[in-house]
Design a binder for this molecule. Structure first.
Ligand SMILES: Nc1ncnc2c1ncn2[C@@H]1O[C@H](COP(=O)(O)OP(=O)(O)OP(=O)(O)O)[C@@H](O)[C@H]1O
Length: 196
């Protein structure tokens, strides 16, 4: 029986960094769930790799078929971009295990859709001051750092991942991302123990 290992954590807790290291561990035999989006593909992106790029009409079709498990909409200059998870033929929970990154709300929606026994939460935590320092360091390296957005996300994530919300979602286990390699190894052992 397959599982979805669902990684969550506040901004700059290290989700992307840890995801890349875990997915490279071939012995864990983890697959990826490719999200769908209505945003146009960028020059370096390939359909079906970073995202499945679809239009609003296709989204509507999928919604009518009851296949859209969760959806997030973001207002951008000139429109709204939607990102969503679809129950498509690529998700084979009878035979495969998956690794995904998402929000607390999307975790709850997938859990309600697939069932409690299919979803395994991996909550990553970093002390707030250290997390802010890492976020600032990462932002400084950008061509056009956006410190306003950094502050907005920092505060928004503190609210989204409040203790109250974590309790409501039933998140108990936490992985501390202090020393990266140690955290990766702990998560790899946890996944291995909870696979099948
Ligand atoms: N254990 C660690 N020690 C020091 N730096 C780390 C550690 N883990 C991750 N980082 C660095 O912290 C920054 C944030 O990590 P990352 O981008 O993986 O976070 P994230 O949770 O995916 O953030 P976001 O949700 O904002 O995309 C990166 O610059 C990364 O290299």
């Amino acid at each position: 029986m397959g599982k979805i290992f669902y990684m969550m954590g506040k901004s700059s807790s290290g989700k992307d960094t840890i995801f890349e290291k875990i997915i490279q561990k071939k012995e864990l035999e983890l697959h990826q769930i490719v999200l769908y989006t209505t945003r146009p593909a960028r020059a370096n992106e390939t359909d079906g790799v970073q995202y499945h790029f679809v239009d609003e009409a296709r989204l509507l079709e999928l919604q009518k078929a009851g296949k859209v498990i969760e959806l997030r909409a973001y207002q951008v200059v000139g429109g709204v971009w939607k990102y969503f998870t679809v129950d498509d033929e690529q998700t084979d929970l009878k035979n495969k295990n998956y690794l995904a990154i998402g929000t607390l709300v999307s975790y709850e929606k997938l859990r309600d859709y697939y069932g409690e026994e299919k979803l395994v939460a991996i909550y990553i935590e970093v002390e707030n001051g250290e997390r802010l320092a890492r976020a600032l360091e990462r932002e400084r390296r950008q061509n056009q750092p956006n410190y306003d957005e950094l502050c907005r996300r920092f505060l928004a994530d503190n609210a989204d991942f409040s203790e109250e919300n974590l309790t409501r979602a039933g998140i108990k286990k936490r992985f501390q991302n202090k020393e990266l390699q140690k955290c990766v190894e702990e998560i790899a052992v946890f996944i291995s123990e909870n696979s099948r």
